[in-house]
Write a protein that binds this ligand. Sequence first.
Ligand SMILES: [Zn+2]
Length: 115
Amino acid sequence: MRYQGSCHCGRIAFEVEGELAQVMDCNCSICTRMGSLHWFVPRDRLRLSTPEDQLATYAFGKQRIQHRFCPVCGIHPYGEGVDPAGNRMAAVNARCLEGVDLQSLDVRPVDGRSF
Ligand SMILES: [Zn+2]
C-alpha cells in the first residue's frame, strides 16, 4: 500500500510504500518528547515529493539517527539511519500519514532509553 505523508504546513511531503501494521513507541529522550509512532521501512521506500533541502536535521549522542523535521511548523515526519546490517532505513512517523487509523495499529513499546 502507498501512503501520503506530510508535515503540518506542507513544506515537507512524501510517499511511503509498504504494509503498515506494527509501529514502535520508543521511550528514549527524544521520542518521549516528540511522541512519534515509528514505522520502520527501507529508506528507498520513502520518496520525498518536496526538495530534501527543505528539511532540517537534528542528531545527538552517537549521531546514528538523523531526525528530519520541518523548520517552519516543527513537525518530525521521519528519521533515518543505518541498521546493524548496513541497510539505510527510515523510521516514518505514522502520525504524519494520511488516512491511517492510529487506534488500529499494533503499537510495540521499545526501551530505547537503555540502548
Ligand atoms: Zn511544516
